[in-house]
Design a binder for this molecule. Sequence first.
Ligand SMILES: Cc1cc2nc3c(=O)[nH]c(=O)nc-3n(C[C@H](O)[C@H](O)[C@H](O)COP(=O)(O)OP(=O)(O)OC[C@H]3O[C@@H](n4cnc5c(N)ncnc54)[C@H](O)[C@@H]3O)c2cc1C
Length: 296
Amino acid sequence: MLVVDKGKSVGGRLASRSFESAIFDYGAQFMTAREPTFLEQVNTWIAEGTAELWFRGHPGRSENHKRWRGIPNMRELANSLVGSLNINTARQVLKIAVQQDQWKVEFKDGSLMHANNVLLTPPVPQSIEIIDRGDTKLSQNQRRRLQKLTYDPCIAVMAVLEEPSKIPSPGMLVPDHDDIDWISDNMKKGVSKLPSVTIHASSDFSETHFNADRNEVGTKIINLSKSWLGAPVKHFAIHRWRYSKPRCVDAERFMLIQHNPTLMIAGDAFAGPRVEGAFLSGSTAAEALMAHIENY
Ligand SMILES: Cc1cc2nc3c(=O)[nH]c(=O)nc-3n(C[C@H](O)[C@H](O)[C@H](O)COP(=O)(O)OP(=O)(O)OC[C@H]3O[C@@H](n4cnc5c(N)ncnc54)[C@H](O)[C@@H]3O)c2cc1C
C-alpha cells in the first residue's frame, strides 16, 4: 500500500508550522470524540503522549465536549499514525483513469503509477477534478451527491506578537463578531515558546476576501482582532483554506465509485466536519476496501 500526499508533510488540515521562530496550529485547533471508535484512538494518543485535554465545552454552546489538542501540536496527531506506512509526500495526483483493469495514476510531475484499488481523500471538489481529468464516468446519482458537498473557506492569520497576548488561559477566544470566528494563543495553548496567535476569519469574511492581497487582508484581520490581542503584532503570515469545513455531510461514511478496479472517496464530508469525521470516514472506507480485497 502506498499513501500519496501533495503536502510537504502529512496532516492536511491538521496543520502546524513555524514562522519567525514561533509555532502555529493554523488548521484544526482541537478534536472532540463523540463515537467510541475515535475515543479509543484519542486514548491511544493520550497514552503515547501525543494528545492532552485542552478544555471542555465551547463558548456560546450548551454542550460540554472534551476538546483535546495534539502534543506538541496538531500535526503530530497525523505524524503519529504514519508508523511503517509507505508514504510519498510532495507528490500531487493529477488524474486517474482505468487502463487494462487497473487504475493508471498520473502525477503533476509527469510520473505514472498503476494500482488495483484507489481511495481518494482530498476535499471532495478536488477528488471530482482528479476523476474528471481522467474521464472516469460518475453515475448521475454519484455526481449529484458529490456536488452537494461544498465547503466553507477560511482565511487564517498567523501573527507573532511582541509580548504575550491578553487572551486568558487556556488560550482560546470565540469573539462575538461577524468577521472573526476564533483566536488561539499558541503560547498559552503550549504549542509555541514565543507569543503568537492564530486568527480564523469567518466564512463570510473569507469568501468575500479570499483573493484579496495577502498583506491587505492580513492587516485587516489583525486590525479587527486588535482589542482581543492586547499586544502589538511583530510579523504575520496568512494561509487561505479554500476547503475548510464541509457545509453538509453525505449520508454514507464513504462513496464506492466502482469495483475492480476499485475506486472509493472518503474524508470529513462523509462523517462530519471535524477531525473525528475524517478519521471515521477514512477508517470505514479502509476496512471496506480490505474486506473487498480479501474476498476477491
Ligand atoms: C481553519 C480550520 C479550522 C478547523 N478547526 C477544527 C477544529 O477545531 N476541530 C475539528 O475537529 N476540526 C476542525 N477543522 C476541520 C478538520 O481539520 C477537518 O475536518 C479534517 O482535518 C479533514 O481531514 P480529511 O482527511 O478529510 O481532509 P484533509 O485534512 O484536507 O486531507 C486531505 C489530504 O489530501 C491531500 N491532497 C489533496 N489533493 C491532493 C492531490 N491532488 N494529490 C495528492 N494529495 C492531495 C492534501 O494535501 C491533504 O493532506 C478545521 C479545519 C480548518 C481548515
